[in-house]
Design a protein around this ligand. Sequence first.
Ligand SMILES: Cc1cc2nc3c(=O)[nH]c(=O)nc-3n(C[C@H](O)[C@H](O)[C@H](O)COP(=O)(O)OP(=O)(O)OC[C@H]3O[C@@H](n4cnc5c(N)ncnc54)[C@H](O)[C@@H]3O)c2cc1C
Ligand code: SF4
Length: 444
Amino acid sequence: MSSPATPGITAGRLPAGELAQNFDDLHAPYAPHEAAVAADRCYFCYDAPCVTACPTSIDIPLFIRQISTGTPEAAAMTIFDQNILGGMCARVCPTEELCEEVCVREVAEGKPVEIGRLQRHATDILMTRDAHPFTRAADTGKTVAVVGAGPAGLACAHRLAMLGHTVTLFDAKPKAGGLNEFGIAAYKATDDFAAREVNWLMGIGGITLKTGQALGTDLQIDKLSTEYNAVFIGVGLGGVNALGIDGDDRDGVRDAVAFIADLRQSGDLSVLPVGRNVVVIGGGKTAVDAAVQSKLLGAQNVTIAYRRSRDRMGASRYEQDLAASKGVQLLFNVQPVAIHGNGAAVEIELEYTAAEGTALKGTGETFRLAADQVYRAIGQTLTTDGGLALDGRKIAVTDTGRTNVDGVWAGGDCASGGNDLTVTAVAEGRDAAIDIHASLMEGK
Ligand SMILES: Cc1cc2nc3c(=O)[nH]c(=O)nc-3n(C[C@H](O)[C@H](O)[C@H](O)COP(=O)(O)OP(=O)(O)OC[C@H]3O[C@@H](n4cnc5c(N)ncnc54)[C@H](O)[C@@H]3O)c2cc1C
Ligand code: SF4
C-alpha cells in the first residue's frame, strides 16, 4: 500500500475507510429536531433580504415557516416551485455569499439562519417520496429541443414539460446532469445525488433524453429550428484555458475539471492516482475543489498558486478556509512561468507578481516547488456557439434568454450575464422556458 509520502503519482495513498470518511457529506443533514430549532431562529422578515439575494427568488421565510409548523413537504413545494434543482442547490450554493450573507441574523449577530441546510432538509424529505410532485398541463402540441442537460437545460426542460410542451433533451455526454454530475466536489453531492435528482426531475414526463448528441457535430441549430417549435441552448463552458507556459504539456499536467470528472465518476477512490506533490493554478471554485480533493485522496503537499491577492480570488473566504482546514497551502501573488521535468512534471517554477493599477506584472523573482501533478484551473471557455452571436466570449442573450436568432434561446454558463453558479443556471433555464412558453402560446 502507498502512503502520502510515496514519491510520484500513485493510487491508494490512504486506507479505504479513511477515504470514505474524507469524501463523506460536507454538511450532515439535519435531524428533525435540529431543523425545528434552526427554523425557529428565522424572524420571517417582511421584504426579506434573503429572498432578494436568491437568484431563483425562493420565498425563504415562507418555506422556513412551513418547516417550523411541521409541514416540510409544503416547504419543499415552495422551493421547487421556483427552483426544481433545489435539492442540489441546497448542497452547492455558496449561501455565505447569497441568502445567508444578507440574513438579518448574520448582519446583527454574525450567525445567519442556516437557509441552505433547512432547504436540504425539506427537499430531501419530499424527494424520498416515490411520486414526482408536479403534474403536466394539457399537451400543447408544441415541441422544444433543449441542448445540454446541465442545471440550465434540466430546469428549462422541466418547466416546459410542466407547461404541457414536449421536450427532447440532448447532451453530448453519456449521462445527464452537467457539472452536477461531473464537476461539483464529491463531498457536496454524495450518494449519487446528481443522478438521483435527474431521475426524480424526469418523473414529470414529457421529456425524452438523448445522450451522445453534440451540438456542432450531431446537431445543428438551423436543423433543430426546422424540426422543433423552439430551441434552448445550455451547453455550459466545456473548454479550459491553457497555461501558455513552457512544460504545459508534460505528463502530470492536466485540466482540473478533467481530474474532478474522473473523481466523480470513479466507483473506487482507492484506485484513483494522485501525486505526492500537487500544485493547482487558479483562484476559483475549481481550483479549491481540485486542491481539496487531491488532499482528501492522500496527496502529501497540495498548493494553490494564485496570481493576485487573496481578496481577488473567485473562491469565497469560506472556500479558502475550507481548503486551509484540509491542509492545502494557499500562495498569493505568484504566477507559473515553467514546469520542469524530463517528460513528466517534477517541479513548477513560480514568479512573484505585483499589481500595477489594474494590470499585473511579474517581478522577475522566481522560486520552485516540487510538483508531480499540476492542475490548470484558470477559467473555462465556450466550445460551441452554434453560430449564434456572441457578447464577449459567451452567447449574447436578452434578460429572458433570447439569442440573435428567432426561436432560439440560451442560458446558464454558456450565455452572457450571470455568475457561473448552479442556481443562476437554474434561474436562467426556468426564465427562458417561461418566455418560450409565452412565445409559443402567442395568439392561441
Ligand atoms: C469544478 C467545478 C465546481 C463547481 N462548484 C460549484 C459549486 O460548488 N456551487 C455552484 O453554485 N457552482 C459551482 N460550479 C459552477 C456550476 O457547476 C455551473 O455554473 C453550472 O453547472 C452551469 O450549468 P449549465 O447547465 O450552464 O452548464 P453545465 O453544468 O456545464 O452543463 C452543460 C451541459 O451541456 C453539455 N454539452 C456541452 N457541450 C455540448 C454540445 N456541444 N452538445 C450537446 N451538449 C453539450 C454538457 O455535457 C453538460 O451536460 C462549479 C463548476 C466547476 C467547473
Ligand atoms: S433574512 Fe434571515 S431571518 Fe429574515 S426571513 Fe431571511 S432567513 Fe429569516
